[in-house]
Ligand binder design. Structure first.
Ligand SMILES: C[C@](O)(C(=O)O)[C@H](CC(=O)O)C(=O)O
Ligand SMILES: [Mg+2]
Length: 300
């Protein structure tokens, strides 16, 4: 039935083990809990909760409008239906260091395997846009230290994201990453890298796992799993990929429905009722029901 069969602690250990292995941990962004089921079935190592997707789903831009409650609520909904570790985008931590500390605990309670905090000033924006403003590294170090200190499960992965490359240059971004690791970060998210060579520079400079963001229509060349593995990246997110695919299909479908006056021509592109019920494990619910009580007339 539709619930995780593992504990958050087990999923965090699995995530840590995956990051320590030679296999690139591939984390597609789950636009909803149902999609997380498909991500698991397709054999991915983990799932990602994108702040951009949580915002876009609410028809909001990704400029720090969403709250911890909204993000944690979504994280909890996704985490409870999958055995995959879930990495959550915690933006800037939703406030000052004390708030970042609370964010970590709330996301632990939601069942996440880890989260990332970024060094942008509020209001933050997508890391692939121009005009970003970066906090002083000392301020980010305080946030990381607070987050690390608040964590109750030492396996909860605290990832520090630096947006500095686009603002201060690659050397400064790498220097920040070093400092963030010293402050306690378990993983570094090198945001908006142009290509493989930039990841290589980060890789040579830091010891902890390195995360790449393969978001479309951004500043980064879309590197393959083989290319990312070659340069020593440990985890990759495809944060908005599934939302973009789904919204593309929705827009096309609406246009066709409006033009044709029927959806009949679209049916062969749809997930079928049978397939939806299979993913939902519908039969198991029916069986569960009948094991509790027999609702057929004239029995029992
Ligand atoms: C990774 C990211 O933080 C997200 O919220 O998914 C975004 C993705 C995007 O806007 O394409 C980002 O800032 O890179
Ligand atoms: Mg984000």
């Amino acid at each position: 039935m539709l619930h995780t069969t593992t504990t958050p602690a087990q999923r965090r250990r699995a995530f840590r083990a995956g990051l320590a292995s030679d296999t690139l941990q591939r984390l597609p962004g789950a636009p909803n809990p149902l999609a997380a089921r498909l991500i698991a079935e397709a054999g991915f190592e983990g799932a990602y909760l994108s702040g951009a997707v949580v915002a876009a789903d609410l028809a909001l831009p990704d400029v720090g409008l969403t709250t911890l409650t909204e993000v944690a609520g979504r994280a909890g909904q996704v985490a409870r239906v999958t055995d995959l570790p879930l990495l959550v985008d915690a933006d800037t931590g939703f406030g000052e260091p004390l708030s970042a500390a609370r964010t970590v605990q709330v996301l632990e309670d939601a069942g996440a395997a880890g989260c990332h905090l970024e060094d942008q000033e509020n209001p933050k924006r997508c890391g692939h846009l121009a005009g970003k403003r970066i906090r002083p590294p000392e301020a980010m170090e305080r946030t990381i230290a607070a987050a690390v200190g608040a964590r109750r499960d030492p396996d909860f992965v605290l990832c520090a994201r630096t947006d500095a490359a686009a603002v201060e240059g690659l050397d400064a971004a790498i220097e920040r990453a070093r400092r963030y690791v010293d402050a306690g970060a378990d993983m570094i998210f090198a945001e908006a890298m142009a290509g493989a060579a930039e990841f290589e520079r980060f890789r040579a400079a830091i010891e902890v796992p390195l995360l790449a963001n393969m978001t479309e229509f951004g500043r980064s060349e879309l590197l393959t799993v083989a290319q990312l593995t070659d340069v020593g990246v440990d985890a990759v997110i495809y944060p908005v990929t599934l939302l973009r695919l789904a919204m593309g299909a929705i827009a096309d479908g609406l246009a066709a429905l409006a033009a044709e006056g029927t959806q009949a021509g679209l049916v062969d592109r749809m997930q079928t009722r049978d397939e939806l019920y299979r993913v939902l494990d519908y039969d198991a619910y029916a069986e569960f029901d009948s094991s509790v009580a027999d609702f057929r007339p004239n029995t029992g």
